[in-house]
Design a protein around this ligand. Structure first.
Ligand code: ZN
Length: 311
């Protein structure tokens, strides 16, 4: 089934690492099976970090092993450093994603390294990949690309310069992340256009948050300037929501509805995706889930993009 955009599901990583509870491994497996069953073809299944930092991710290698058995699925994992990337590659992932802060203040606070030092780390990861597993793709998500709670605005020039340095270091995909939910559609359009002008086809996913209610508007703005990979989270899980009661990550269910209803094929079955919320909830009892499409249901006469006569 041809798709027009790729939705990269980040719930099992971005979502699970942001909640207090640890989802049991069997529940993670069942949830990932249901996400794949709903048609998602790229899932970030976990993070290769020491279990003492994130006990939620202690079973990541096992979850990767399980996910590798799903046909047609690109299995991704996050790694914050060379050691994590080596473990991810050893576990057999198809794609490793590394976070690099666009804001110097965020970089120092988060990983105690400057942005330039992080570019060096990424260069070492690329070297490791080239030597051991040339088929593995390396992605960088530029966090705080649209603003930072520590330093405030992040200059566009900083983001573009960093993207160019990472492309030169051999990174395959460089995406932009609105880590703190500060982006607006005009800014999303401008920054993706500038980054694409600088690094072309290496421009990666839009990782946008809904902290202030602009998540879907920002996704649409990115789509309008040619972005075709979108990160989102099932049930809107995670994404470090700073405003109490607000969701962080863009909700996968709402994102699928946005695109399918306007005739853009995602390959995702919304009924199955909404039903899969029961498995997410079973693994994380009491955790609030977000999304408006699951509450409202599909409108009468809803037609998937693939089934539309004008396609
Ligand atoms: Zn996020």
């Amino acid at each position: 089934m041809p798709i027009d955009i790729l939705i990269s599901e980040v719930g099992p990583r971005d979502g699970l690492q942001s909640v207090q509870a640890t989802m049991p491994t069997a529940d993670k497996r069942a949830w990932i099976d249901a996400l794949h069953g709903a048609g998602l073809r790229e899932i970030e299944v976990g993070s290769f970090v020491p279990a003492r930092h994130l006990p939620q991710m202690a079973d990541v290698a096992e979850v990767v092993r399980h996910s590798l058995g799903k046909p047609g699925l690109t299995v991704m994992a996050l790694a914050p450093n060379l050691r994590g990337a080596a473990a991810a590659i050893a576990a057999g992932v198809h794609k490793v994603t590394l976070p690099v802060s666009a804001s110097e203040a965020h970089s120092l606070a988060n990983v105690r390294q400057t942005r330039a030092e992080m570019v060096e780390v990424v260069r070492e990861v690329v070297r490791l990949r080239d030597a051991q597993a040339p088929q593995v793709r390396i992605e960088v998500g530029l966090s705080t690309a649209f603003g930072c709670t520590l330093q405030g605005p992040v200059p566009d020039d900083d983001v573009v310069r960093l993207a160019a340095a990472l492309a030169a270091a051999g990174v395959d995909e460089i995406g932009l992340s609105d880590t703190t939910g500060m982006a607006n559609p005009a800014q999303v359009r401008r920054l993706f256009q500038r980054v694409r002008a600088e690094i072309g086809a290496r421009t990666g996913s839009a990782h946008l948050h809904n902290t202030r209610g602009l998540g879907l508007a920002n996704c649409l703005a990115a789509y309008d300037v040619g972005v075709r990979i979108f990160d989102s989270s099932h049930g809107g899980l995670g994404g470090c929501p700073y405003a109490p009661g607000a969701s962080g990550n863009v909700v996968t269910e709402d994102l699928v509805f946005l695109f399918e209803s306007m005739g853009v094929a995602t390959g995702v079955d919304l009924d199955k995706l909404i039903r899969a919320r029961a498995l997410l909830q079973a693994g994380l009892p009491g955790e609030p889930l977000y999304g408006m499409t699951p509450d409202a249901g599909l409108p009468k006469g809803f037609v998937y993009a693939r089934d539309r006569a004008d396609r």
